[in-house]
Ligand binder design. Structure first.
Ligand SMILES: Cc1cc2nc3c(=O)[nH]c(=O)nc-3n(C[C@H](O)[C@H](O)[C@H](O)COP(=O)(O)OP(=O)(O)OC[C@H]3O[C@@H](n4cnc5c(N)ncnc54)[C@H](O)[C@@H]3O)c2cc1C
Length: 172
């Protein structure tokens, strides 16, 4: 079985993961430089879809939701005002109260965030099926049998929460 190493493993490529990655990149110049140079940035994102926000888009489309419930300052980019700037010529897609963005506006905005941070090819198409703590590291098992060994370490409490929320197999 092959084992690959990464500093930070992020399970799932939803809005929370995208937000985490943009904030990491904003704070860590070394990660930005590696990413723009086409090198491994020091994090790896896993999602069975192989793309960002697949679950989000699928759920909004399935329920035909016309606009978000959250105001326009809540989005995956670091600067809360970038969505409002992006919507400058699309004011009819901001809904009262609190400028809640339309579903298409939000989707288009997220695409610009993914492009601007060079994240198009940063989602590995894989489902994580197991987590095993190993000598200060954490070993992830992917559904295809490959393994990743990130530096990160979860507390016992975090492990219990992760297990109950995701159903992942977590061994000690
Ligand atoms: C009807 C509805 C309306 C909503 N409206 C809003 C709104 O207006 N504004 C707002 O902010 N929030 C809204 N939400 C909530 C929002 O959808 C969630 O808060 C948000 O999607 C959570 O982001 P996430 O990245 O944690 O999870 P998700 O969006 O669920 O993404 C998790 C990703 O992880 C992947 N994944 C799961 N398990 C594994 C695994 N083992 N290995 C690899 N990948 C895995 C999944 O495939 C998925 O792609 C709404 C939710 C619903 C249901």
């Amino acid at each position: 079985m092959s084992i690959f190493h990464t500093d930070i493993a992020i399970i799932g490529a939803g809005p929370q993961a995208l937000t985490l990655v943009t904030h990491l990149l904003q704070k860590k110049k070394k990660m930005r430089d590696r990413l723009t140079a086409g090198l491994s940035p020091g994090f790896q994102v896993f999602d069975p879809s192989g793309t960002w926000l697949a679950n989000w888009h699928q759920q909004f489309a399935a329920q035909e939701i016309p606009h978000l419930r959250s105001p326009a300052v809540h989005h995956p980019d670091c600067n809360p005002h970038t969505l409002l700037s992006f919507a400058e010529k699309r004011q009819d897609e901001l809904y009262a109260p609190y400028n809640r963005p339309g579903t298409k506006l939000f989707q288009d905005f997220c695409e610009t965030v993914i492009d601007r941070w060079h994240l198009q090819d940063q989602v590995t198409k894989a489902q994580v099926v197991g987590l095993t703590p190993q000598k200060g590291r954490f070993c992830l098992t992917l559904a295809d049998g490959r393994r990743r060994s990130p530096v990160g370490w979860f507390s016992q409490l975090a492990q219990r929460r992760l297990k109950s929320q995701t159903g992942l197999s977590i061994s000690n």
